[in-house]
Design a protein around this ligand. Sequence first.
Ligand code: ZN
Length: 198
Amino acid sequence: MSDPELPNLVLPGDYLGAAEEYLPGHGTYENRGRIYASVLGKPKVDPRDRTVRVDARNGIPEVAEGDLVYARVEEVKTAMLICALLGRAGTRRRLPGEPEGTVHISKAREGYTESFQGEFAVGDVLLARVLQSEPSVKLTTAPPPLGVVAARCQSCRALLTMGTQENEMVCPRCGNVERRKVAKGPRPDAPGDGAPAL
Ligand SMILES: [Zn+2]
């Protein structure tokens, strides 16, 4: 995974490469076609899709098994969602460095799921439970109270609202109807200022 073109350690704001060369992954951001590190850590390139990511060196996740967390979907792989942990549910404090957590497809919803299509999309904010915190954070969204709590329209990026059918979300701006594995139940406080954690 390591790339000879990239240094061993980068600082937030360090230039990693052009957007034509790489896809921005976890721990990076894109600005005007250039990709930069958003955390202190080690940059890596996934040779399969040229995603560049930075694994935070000090991104020790302050979460424990059993915690409820909010997480934003960063990448949708074939059998795995790669997420940024935003914070513990019920608190207003964000987790520093947005440490990574993953949802395996077998833990995404109850029953057998063949694909994330129509269940989750990049940018969705999830309410999830921590199954394992060490050495990597593994999450589940399978129980009905867990799943997508906020999502954007895939065509116009407006915030979706709940539809009338189960697991349906509707765009108030363009009328697009999308499907998600929607969390059913109370929403604990989200980290940040109380605005949708997107
Ligand atoms: Zn829309």
